[in-house]
Ligand binder design. Structure first.
Ligand code: FPP
Length: 257
């Protein structure tokens, strides 16, 4: 594994320790039912609950969900304001229960772009659940992978300007320490629903060696059976981190001889 990687961690290597998900297809799910897009987002919120319950049952340590991208602000005003109301409702309803279940909630992204009423709820949820460690639930909200890397680079530039760091000390490990979620294992498994085969400016740095899994299922359709299919597929993958199979399985180990 390249130096500076934060992979896997302890535990069963066949179960991903960190899953990152692009929850795509809410709008199409609603349109197929001749309902407004927001109904799809509401159904998407119910799928989030099923997904969190699944991760808790399977012992997944971290789940990062792409709830709202930096680019989603450009959607029609009524969809954006509907999503904001949905986030507020979810925070008001779910934080106590998530806390009871031992979930630690965290938000990554450009928090300053949200209204004070949402920023306060985010802060409250983070403070309330800060002592939990059963599942790290990270919500990417007004998040962009490029923006995340640019912010980390800006921090490094500031340290150079302040004389605390030499330019030669800027390497992959220095950046890795400053991008979002740097204290967690890197995502082992990336899931995207909704049939598109792209990463769409999600955790660009953090996904370098992540196993990718795509499905045509729309996010509101996601249930434990579908998530288990993704985990079963993940368990069959060989993760080489740039090495060869032979290097990963030295002679004798697991062989018949
Ligand atoms: C993408 O589907 C989904 C979003 C932009 C919003 C995701 C939000 C939720 C799942 C709701 C609740 C989330 C939390 C964390 C409480 P899309 O609208 O782009 O679907 P489409 O491609 O079919 O149009």
């Amino acid at each position: 594994m390249p130096s500076g990687e934060r992979a896997g961690g302890a535990g069963n290597a066949l179960v991903p320790q960190h899953i990152a998900i692009i929850m795509d297809g809410n709008g199409r799910w609603a349109q197929a039912r001749h309902r407004p897009r927001l109904i799809g987002h509401r159904a998407g919120a119910r799928a989030v609950k099923r997904c969190v319950e699944f991760c808790l049952r399977r012992g997944v340590g971290a789940l990062t969900l792409f709830a709202f991208s930096s680019e989603n602000w450009e959607r029609p005003t009524d969809e954006v304001s509907g999503l904001m109301k949905l986030f507020i409702g979810a925070l008001d309803r779910e934080v106590d229960e998530l806390h009871r279940l031992g979930v630690r909630l965290r938000f990554i992204g450009e928090r300053e772009r949200f209204a004070a009423s949402i920023r306060e709820r985010m802060q409250h949820a983070e403070t309330r659940t800060a002592g939990n460690a059963r599942l790290h639930l990270n919500i990417a909200a007004s998040y962009g992978g490029r923006q995340d890397i640019a912010r980390a680079a800006r921090e490094l530039a500031g340290e150079v300007a302040a004389g605390r760091l030499q330019p030669e000390q800027i390497d992959a490990a220095a950046l890795a320490q400053r991008v979002a979620l740097s204290d967690l294992p890197l995502p082992d498994l990336f899931i995207r629903t909704g049939g598109e085969l792209r990463i769409s400016n999600f955790l660009l740095w953090q996904l370098a060696y992540t196993e990718l899994w795509f499905t045509d299922a729309l996010w509101p359709e996601v249930d434990a059976a579908l998530l288990q299919t993704a985990l079963d597929d993940f368990a069959r993958r060989e993760r080489r981190f740039g090495l060869t199979s032979a290097q990963l399985r030295p002679m004798g180990e697991g062989s018949q001889a």
